[in-house]
Design a protein around this ligand. Structure first.
Ligand SMILES: Cc1ncc(COP(=O)(O)O)c(C=O)c1O
Length: 372
């Protein structure tokens, strides 16, 4: 755990990436150079339509609205309906059903705070999870409990985070699992938030949104969904995300965001509007990831490793049935860097995460090395 400052009551989890330095150094000695599959940062060019929309709104002397432009909220509602089959309440109503966020990471980290949940209580997060759910709980003075199924009681629980498709393991929750959480949240009056930033990247199954009528019915009360343009539009540098769902909850979040100045810049809002109206670039990016996934997965299996879950999203969840650091060392000998599963919770300790966010040339290098 990181050191506590005097007077600072909250202890953030370690930022663990430094622990990979030795593996990185070893991998860098490979004559063909390192293949770094540890961090999921997109590498493909951002489609021109985003940059053009951004440039066209470069004259932006006034403050943007935390609410997002009407055009952006309309485009977001259209995207939710077209791509995910989700019908949000009127996005232009006094209580908005969708607002933009500065990428989704800040929203994930701040959601408990923005909902006013600070000061005690528990946030339920997946057993193996993106670390920011815990960070957000700690920042709000809350504790976490790791679980993949609704617990028998809701004692002290103030928020549930779901993540499907999941990071790091690419697991997709089926309809029954999602419905069980909706029923549980409603029965206990606990908001359920679904981080769906990989929802458009289903390979073996079609991931379902928490807000889909087959899951939520026609009523989004108590439910929120988080989406991101970072991966689907290869635009992580733009910092464009969305929060949608229960208009009363979105309103609460929006009102605090206005006070905090958590505003998406006007040119980014324009780029998001253009991106959300266009499916072609998302499909093309998806095809790139699918091809990389097929090649890398084939090589990983040929090398005798097992891939668990990974039916969607941008990662392969790989094991040699040994401690993850042994696998990290073995891969580093091949000049490949992966992320140790233990970064994502104790239950991940026998897996490593391999990201598909590398160039075709680097993926091919990894494939060749794994083939021996
Ligand atoms: C599960 C999950 N949620 C949220 C994010 C944040 O993405 P962004 O802030 O780029 O939207 C990531 C990034 O990798 C992620 O894996």
């Amino acid at each position: 755990m990181t050191a506590q400052l005097p007077g600072a009551p909250r202890v953030l989890p370690d930022f663990p990436w430094d622990a990979l330095d030795a593996a990185r150094e070893r991998a860098a000695q490979h004559p063909g150079g390192v293949v770094d599959l540890s961090i999921g940062t997109p590498v493909d060019a951002t489609p021109a339509l985003l940059g053009e929309a951004l440039a066209a709104t470069g004259n932006a002397p006034g403050y943007p609205a935390a609410l997002g432009t009407a055009a952006l909220r309309t485009a977001a509602a259209g995207w939710l309906s077209r791509r995910l089959g989700v019908t949000v309440a009127d996005p232009l109503a006094a209580d908005p059903s969708v607002i933009p966020t500065v990428g989704s990471k800040e929203l994930v980290a701040l959601l408990p705070t923005l909902l006013g949940l600070s000061g005690g209580g528990t946030v339920l997060i997946p057993s193996v999870a993106y670390p920011t759910y815990e960070v957000g709980a700690v920042v709000a003075g809350l504790t976490i409990r790791r679980t993949d199924v609704p617990p028998p009681d809701a004692d002290g629980v103030v928020l549930v985070w779901l993540n499907s498709p999941g990071n790091p393991h690419g697991r997709v929750m089926d309809d029954d699992e999602l419905r069980a959480w909706v029923d549980w949240g409603r029965a206990h009056g606990v908001p359920v938030a679904a981080d769906e930033c990989y929802v458009t990247l289903g390979w073996d199954v079609e991931p379902r949104s928490l807000l889909h009528p087959a899951i939520a019915g026609d009523d989004h009360t108590g439910l929120l969904a988080v989406h991101s343009l970072s991966k689907q539009s290869s635009a992580a540098g733009y910092r464009g995300g969305l929060l949608s769902g229960d208009p009363a909850l979105v309103r609460r979040v929006w009102e605090v965001r206005r006070h905090l100045g958590l505003l998406v810049p006007t040119p980014v809002q324009a780029a998001m509007t253009a991106a959300l109206a266009d499916d072609a670039h998302v499909d093309a990016q998806r095809d790139r990831y699918r091809s990389r996934r097929d090649r890398l997965a084939g090589a990983v299996r040929t090398a005798g490793l097992r891939i668990d879950h990974s039916e969607a999203g941008l990662y392969l969840w790989v094991t040699r049935d040994e401690d993850c650091w042994a696998t990290i060392g073995w891969l580093a000998g091949l000049g490949v860097v992966a992320a140790p599963g233990s970064f994502y919770g104790p239950a991940g300790a026998r897996h490593v995460r391999m990201a598909l966010t590398a160039t075709d040339e680097r993926i091919d290098a990894a494939v060749e090395r794994l083939a021996g």
